[in-house]
Design a protein around this ligand. Structure first.
Ligand SMILES: [Zn+2]
Length: 300
């Protein structure tokens, strides 16, 4: 169980399971002789990808960032990706019922990020999985999802979001909004045009600062606001930290590089905890430079 206290907030990782992803698609233009040093692939060149959701307990609200792949994939999609569908069981094992979730946030609307937004009820009707929750997703993603390019049309499953938009249960975001106190979104273009990172800022009261100082972090100026960011497919795993290690899925690979630079400029100087959406082993880490100046994941 991955859990950390971030200021006044408690953060936990809940997985929807793992699924096979083609190594070439996962690492884009990076040659296999390089990526295979970090990640193993099977005889069909499939790597193991994780589906990490982030649960944030603010003390007032329970917020779920991302809802995995869900259980509504077509038979054709299941052939490629399986359908682990473990998120609800894993939440239940952690004492979290669907009714407990107050807020759901999707970084973007690809099927592996919003799959458990909805389920089919006994009559086959699409209903919200988290009945009490207010859902949030980027407006630009939703607009794009209505008319996607042939290249990534397969990644959008309207049942994951359209019924929620129709009933008004999903709010569409421009980017930059604070959703609940301490939790906001920011657009990072690259993987898609409108993907948003979810930035979580714990309290900055003096007690927290003292606690952090006792832990020896960070070396910079106080007051320190403990911060985490669910950066989603901009940096999907700890193997994608290098600026040029982007996925072949990225629609705007040059923007991925620029967005990563913009992200690191803040995440390293303010010592943000980076959450990796698809890392099956390391769900989060502090990303910083090692002695040789190379960007690496550092333990929590
Ligand atoms: Zn993804």
């Amino acid at each position: 169980m991955h859990r950390i206290v971030l200021g006044d907030f408690e953060l936990s990782i809940f997985s929807d399971g793992t699924y096979p992803l083609d190594g070439g698609a996962f690492f884009g233009v990076i040659p296999k002789v390089m990526w295979s040093k970090k990640v193993t692939a099977n005889e069909s060149n499939y790597c193991n990808a994780g589906l990490n959701s982030l649960l944030i307990r603010t003390g007032k609200q329970t917020v779920l960032v991302e809802t995995g792949m869900g259980n509504k994939l077509s038979d054709r999609m299941i052939k490629f990706y399986g359908q682990p569908a473990k998120l609800l069981d894993n939440l239940a094992a952690g004492g979290v019922a669907p009714e407990d979730i107050d807020v759901v946030i999707n970084s973007h609307l690809h099927f592996d990020h919003c799959g458990w937004n909805t389920v089919r009820d006994k009559k086959g009707k699409i209903v919200p999985t988290f009945p009490r929750a207010r859902y949030y997703a980027p407006e630009g993603e939703w607009q794009y999802a209505r008319r996607p390019s042939e290249r990534d049309a397969i990644s959008y499953i309207a049942d994951n979001y359209d019924p929620l938009v129709e009933t008004g249960q999903m709010t569409l975001l421009k980017g930059g909004e604070e959703i609940v106190p301490g939790i906001s979104v920011e657009t990072f273009r690259g993987h898609t045009a409108s993907m948003q990172g979810i930035i979580v800022r714990g309290s900055s009261d003096s007690e927290v600062c003292e606690k952090q100082r006792d832990l020896g972090r960070p070396s910079g100026n106080f007051p320190y606001v403990p911060t985490a960011c669910y950066i989603s497919d901009l940096i999907p795993t700890s193997a994608h930290i290098d600026l040029t290690w982007g996925m072949a899925f990225d629609l705007y690979p040059l923007d991925t590089i620029e967005s990563k630079k913009r992200y690191y400029a803040r995440s390293t100087s303010e010592r943000w905890l980076t959450v990796f959406t698809h890392d099956p082993v390391i769900p989060w880490a502090y990303v910083g430079r090692d002695e040789s100046g190379k960007m690496v994941a550092k333990g929590v």
